[in-house]
Write a protein that binds this ligand. Sequence first.
Ligand SMILES: *Cc1c(COP(=O)(O)O)cnc(C)c1O
Length: 431
Amino acid sequence: MGYEKSIKAFEEAYRVIPGGVDSPVRAFSSVGGTPPFIERGESAYLYDIDGNRYIDYVQSWGPLIFGHCDSDIESAVMAAVKRGLSFGAPTTVETELAEEIVSLFDAIDKIRFVSSGTEAVMSALRLARGYTGRDDIVKFTGCYHGHSDSLLVQAGSGAVTFGSPSSPGVPADLTKHTLLAQYNNIESVEKCFAESEKGVACVIIEPIAGNMGLVPADEAFLEALRVLCDRNGALLIFDEVMSGFRASLTGAQGISSVKPDMVTMGKVIGGGMPVGAFGARAEIMAHLSPEGPVYQAGTLSGNPVAMAAGLASVSKLKRNPAIYATLGDRAEKLMRGFESAAEDAGIPLVTNVRGSMFGFFFSDKPVKNFEEALENDSEMFARFHKGMLDHGIYLACSAYETGFISTEISDALIDETIEAARSVMKAIAAA
Ligand SMILES: *Cc1c(COP(=O)(O)O)cnc(C)c1O
């Protein structure tokens, strides 16, 4: 496969866009090489500007559960475009999408739409703090909740649980209220509660972590979190920006019996357009402006084109709930195939599947948290990624991401992908 045009396009982009990209992970820094510049998508495939075709397992990092250019979403968007791009005034399609989502989630009576997952989480945290009158929040290392200041934290020095900024430009004053716990480790959360002087407003978690590779939370751990939050008057927030409408029709809540106080969403609920949302029971949402005092706003929030795409996507999923069993079977088949290819090549590999989400680590032991995820062989991942790309398989360009199956990825395409994995792993083992 040739990448000449992409290499040139990347150089040109580099001159006017930092790193040549508008979101860092796209730059291929952790796997090396040049990211293919995409010309178009169609069904299961991406086409780059050099004319290469790839089976797409990234799907714009999750939103495209029906693959590229789904005709229902496309026609809903086209019709909305013809009526006007944005009004900054209420439209009925916002209520329709809200009703579709609210009716599915026990934990949500009301929902507000924003334009990204980052914005959804940032707003949810403000509401949790406003509602409880507390400042401290608990977050887990390895969980990603967007790039707002108080969430760009890493473990501080020594044994303290208070986070320090993970990026220049974030004042330590803004992260000192973020306490860091370890995923799937309830003692570490208890420690945060004990160390918080004025009380914890909320615990935010990806109930199915998809941003440290795919690492699901244990049911017992989620149950213990629920108890701990209740005992301390803290809210439990499930960040389902990725897992919502991905892990199941009702996200993690279709898999776990634990009910959060607040839920954040994004990705699939926008059908490929920029959308985020946060919801909770009515009593909590009543604290949000203009009903209550907690301020939150957005010029393009709930804009009609994004809402049309989201409504087409969500209502189609709701009409066809059996999709999830099919996607889950295909994800399982893919991971069983990778495992068998790895075993034959003598390469250690562990995998996870939750609905249409799949993940794998080049590691010889199961991964339960970020610290264990970091023990994977990321050099091996980079070689595997490059080999798969050259075979026309587009996987996320980092060992710490999740893969996605769309309805367009047939059993035959899964077989093709497993065959590619088999030859790439054989080549890696022989090198
Ligand atoms: C993607 C993601 C976000 C951020 O969403 P953006 O739309 O990229 O701002 C937040 N939380 C989780 C769990 C995500 O996967």
